[in-house]
Design a protein around this ligand. Structure first.
Ligand code: FES
Length: 83
């Protein structure tokens, strides 16, 4: 089993409409999208799946503490370094 890997701040992307799967384990090679690594590494995490209806700039949470996943809500600014 591999522990989740958390980032310090969000990843900004210009997202396109459609069904999306956002990584919550931090090990995806396609961050912020899921590439299935959560299963391969047995992280115990599951991606956040949703349908994006409008194209545009999105900030995807990487600290995995956001109250509005997968989107950043600024919670990373309240966390201590490394935690
Ligand atoms: S690869 Fe991280 S949640 Fe799927």
């Amino acid at each position: 089993m591999t522990a989740p890997k958390h980032g310090a701040g969000p990843i900004a992307i210009d997202e396109t409409p459609g069904k999306k799967s956002y990584c919550t384990c931090g090990w995806s090679a396609k961050l912020p999208h899921c590439d299935g690594s959560h299963n391969r590494l047995a992280t115990g995490c599951k991606p956040v799946k949703l349908e994006v209806t409008e194209p545009g700039r999105k900030w995807v949470c990487q600290c995995h503490q956001s109250r509005t996943p997968p989107w950043c809500d600024g919670t990373h600014k309240t966390l201590s370094p490394g935690g």
